[in-house]
Design a protein around this ligand. Structure first.
Ligand SMILES: Nc1ncnc2c1ncn2[C@@H]1O[C@H](COP(=O)(O)OP(=O)(O)O)[C@@H](O)[C@H]1O
Ligand SMILES: N[C@@H](CCC(=O)OP(=O)(O)O)C(=O)O
Length: 378
């Protein structure tokens, strides 16, 4: 089955739409475009469970706060998101109501999907919302997300949500009708219709995001690479072509799936941007953790650095200093020196547990095909 057919036939679908497709350049929601998008999604949602990941909170907050352009500092971005998210959700609720559908707002930070408890909650909530026929409308919880726990861009968030709900396909909608081999604002750029491996992207050059977008095409490529590399077909298309895209028409750029599907927590652990510290492992621990997929015990740790707390994500490093795995640590940084190198029998009962449980651990593999980063400055 082709990736376009997979999108058309998906029983569960994640559709992500970017700020540029929902807002006008001077800030403020473009309700006509939002309505048109909702018409397309609602038509599809009759036969398919659809989760909508929508950007646009910051852009929608500019006008209400009297801001002339997208702010650069995090605090003002967060304030704009707080004001804008209200308008965004309201507009979606009204637009879907015209189709007799209810929306549910889901705001996530990366902690909510890395930590086991919140992850299970989020997954359960999605299942329940979908079971009730509600269309979940997801965004990053911008007001509380700090630099360390940000997804950073909604393309990545959408790739992750696709895994959280085990969706069959991911559609990334933007103001551009697919991936071009060069910045489409420059003359002569042509559309790449299908990506089956990194070689299809070898000649692709990526320019800056539009003035309202966050990640630009580079982040869409990275998200498409993450999702398709973990077994999910991806389509990048124009929001204006949403209906055709969701019907499997020959629009946009498709990324064929390759690689095994990972659980969402492992997917995120492997690909998340930042970690809070490092645990140094001896050779035996590396063999146990990477080779035999065992939990990491205190006995195999030779040292640690960083300022982490129990529940944070840390890198696991081999004796040569290479990162070999990532995992959720079950101790605070200050407890590690006291327990490192000691066998479980030597530890007091309250510390006799895995430092990183096997379920919270994923080996790190380097990506086979590099994704183009932003190169031009148009
Ligand atoms: N090689 C490329 N192919 C397609 N679009 C590109 C490319 N390089 C830069 N872009 C720009 O990326 C923009 C889309 O990213 P962005 O502004 O972040 O949108 P969104 O808000 O939809 O996430 C388009 O407006 C396009 O001009
Ligand atoms: N969470 C932010 C959007 C972040 C983002 O990735 O934006 P975009 O590049 O337009 O998809 C917001 O709602 O404004």
């Amino acid at each position: 089955m082709s990736a376009r057919d997979a999108v058309a036939g998906a029983r569960r679908l994640v559709v992500k739409v970017g700020s540029t497709s929902l807002t006008s350049v001077d800030g403020g929601l473009d309700v006509a475009r939002l309505d048109a998008l909702v018409d397309a999604v609602a038509a599809r949602a009759q036969a398919t469970q659809v989760v909508l990941v929508s950007s646009g909170a910051i852009a929608a907050g500019l006008r209400p706060l009297g801001l002339p352009r997208r702010p650069r500092d995090l605090a003002t971005q967060q304030a704009a998101a707080a004001a804008g998210q209200v308008h965004l959700t309201h507009a979606y609720a009204e637009a879907f109501a015209r189709h007799g559908r209810t929306v549910g707002q889901v705001l996530l930070t990366s902690h909510d999907v890395v930590r086991r408890g919140p992850y299970r909650n989020a997954r359960r909530t999605f299942e329940r919302l979908l079971g009730l026929g509600v269309v979940p409308v997801v965004n990053e919880n911008d007001t509380v997300a700090t630099d360390e726990i940000r997804f950073g861009d909604n393309d990545r968030l959408a790739a992750l949500v696709t895994h959280v709900i085990s969706a069959d396909a991911l559609v990334l909608l933007s103001d551009v009708d697919g991936v071009y081999d060069a910045d489409p604002r420059a003359p002569g750029a042509s559309l790449v219709r299908e990506v089956t491996g990194g070689s299809d992207l070898a000649g692709v050059r990526v320019g800056k995001p539009s003035s309202l977008g966050t990640g630009g095409m580079a982040s869409k490529l990275a998200a498409a690479d993450l999702a398709s590399g973990a077994g999910v077909p991806v389509l990048v298309a124009a929001a204006a072509d949403a209906r055709a895209a969701l019907d499997g028409a020959e629009v946009g750029t498709v990324f064929a799936p390759h690689g095994p599907r990972l659980s969402a927590r492992r997917f995120w652990l492997r690909h998340m941007a930042g970690t809070r510290g490092r645990l140094h492992l001896d050779a035996g621990a590396v063999r146990a953790v990477v080779g035999r997929r065992r939990s990491l015990l205190a006995a195999g740790i030779t040292g640690s650095d960083g300022d982490f707390e129990s529940g944070d994500v840390v890198d696991l490093v081999d004796p040569r200093g290479e990162v070999v795995a990532r995992g959720v640590v079950a101790f605070d940084a200050e407890e590690l020196p006291e327990i490192s190198g000691r066998s479980s029998d030597d530890l007091p009962p309250e510390q006799r547990r895995e430092v990183v449980h096997a379920d919270d651990l994923v080996p790190v593999v380097s990506p086979p095909d590099p994704v183009p980063a932003e190169v031009s400055s148009s």
